[in-house]
Design a protein around this ligand. Structure first.
Ligand code: GLA
Length: 378
């Protein structure tokens, strides 16, 4: 890596915005920092650092539009990085389970790696047993995106064009994902896409959170609330049956905050199929705006995370496939269940499930989705 080549572009945008506000706010977020972050198969990768007025710092890079770190305070003000991942690009180029990545064109599974649309059957890569997972062999998480810092805020926007036929999907898809860090310690994630042929689209963010920080063990003591009366039960290969089942009386009931570990090894079929939690919840919602999806509390540090979304569902995945073999930041191992994901999304296998909300984007329409992560303490 040519460190000497590293270019550090401090952008004036943040400063310009702050000038008009002098006197109104004592602190301001810092300008977005843009730096070189190595090369992926010869293509230069950049990392963007977003810092708000309260010192919260989020970094994201052009490879996979991956969020590489999230530094937030605990109740005493001590900062920790609450996202699993690696210190350098190299780790992300190797085998890892979608740490921090934007997944697409279709986040989650498509049964038997195929779907029919307007009379044509499209075959996708079967990269998860018989099924298609997270966009295929080379999903959106494995491309270098274009990126620009955003004017008028602490943010970065990533764009890429997914070619017609990429991983078997129809249509040339133009995608934009933006991350904006607010002074209220929120990360606003917005997705947009347009296509020239009808295609399924389901974009999500696959960050693994451990609100206790790096090397802190499992997430089994985190308390989780999921705002959902129903979930989509799955078969053995984690494809939904199509039924929306009540969570009432099952280990899937997170309507009141529950320890992740309290029922994670229950002897129910759903828990066995998921090897823990790896399911989609049907969010309770009124209207189609931002709705609270989930709340996470780590009792020792006091750190909290609230997830709101415009999406109808959230995949709650408890890192059941982590096994300690991946060495993450600072060389720490990530054992089983040491991170949790809250992947806001449409339901899995929607292209084959006529009763689920559609994921088909038509030419002339724009796919829009928004999710907000709000970090706090209690
Ligand atoms: C998802 C899936 C899991 C697993 C992880 C990545 O969230 O639902 O089954 O594949 O991604 O390891």
């Amino acid at each position: 890596m040519h460190i000497w080549k590293t270019c550090l572009a401090v952008l004036a945008i943040g400063w310009a915005a702050s000038v008009g506000n002098v006197g109104r706010a004592a602190q301001k977020g810092k300008p977005v920092i843009r730096e070189a972050f190595g090369n992926a198969a010869g293509t230069p990768v950049e990392v963007f650092t977003l810092t708000n007025a309260r010192g919260v710092e989020i970094r994201a890079m052009t490879y996979g539009a991956i969020i590489t770190s999230i530094r937030v305070p605990d109740r005493k003000g001590v900062m920790a990085d609450v996202a699993l991942g690696f210190d350098a690009l190299q780790g992300y180029l190797g085998q890892h389970p979608y740490f921090g990545a934007v997944v697409g064109r279709y986040g989650n599974r498509i049964g038997n790696a195929r779907f029919s649309l307007n009379g044509t059957t499209y075959k996708l890569a079967a990269n998860n047993g018989p099924n298609h997972l997270h966009g295929g062999v080379r999903g959106f998480d494995k491309y270098v995106w274009a990126a620009e810092p955003m004017s008028g805020g602490t943010g970065v926007a990533f764009t890429r064009v997914s070619a017609d036929g990429e991983e078997g999907y129809p249509g040339r898809l133009q995608v934009r994902v933006s991350y904006v860090l607010t002074d209220a310690n929120e990360l606003e994630i917005e997705y947009q896409a347009t296509t020239d042929k009808a295609t399924p689209v389901n974009l999500t963010q696959h960050t693994y959170f451990n609100l206790a920080g790096q090397g802190a063990g499992t997430i089994l003591d985190h308390d989780v609330m999921i705002n959902a009366d129903r979930f989509t039960p799955v078969g053995e290969s984690l494809i939904p049956s199509g039924v929306l089942a009540p969570v009432d009386g099952t280990p899937m009931d997170f309507r009141k905050p529950m320890k992740v570990g309290a029922r994670i090894d229950a002897s129910t079929e759903q828990i066995k199929f998921g090897r823990g939690y790896d399911h989609n919840w049907v969010l309770n919602r009124t209207g189609d705006g931002l709705q609270l999806a989930a709340r996470v509390v780590e009792p020792v540090s006091g750190r909290t995370l609230e997830v709101s979304t415009t999406e109808p569902g959230v995949q709650f995945y408890t890192g059941n496939f982590l096994d300690g073999t991946v060495r993450g930041k600072g060389g720490v191992a990530y054992p089983r269940r040491s991170g949790l994901c809250l992947e806001t999304q449409h339901f899995p296998d929607s292209p084959n499930q006529p009763s689920f909300p559609t994921t088909i984007l038509q030419p002339g329409s724009t796919y829009r989705s928004k999710t907000v992560w709000r970090f706090g303490v209690q």
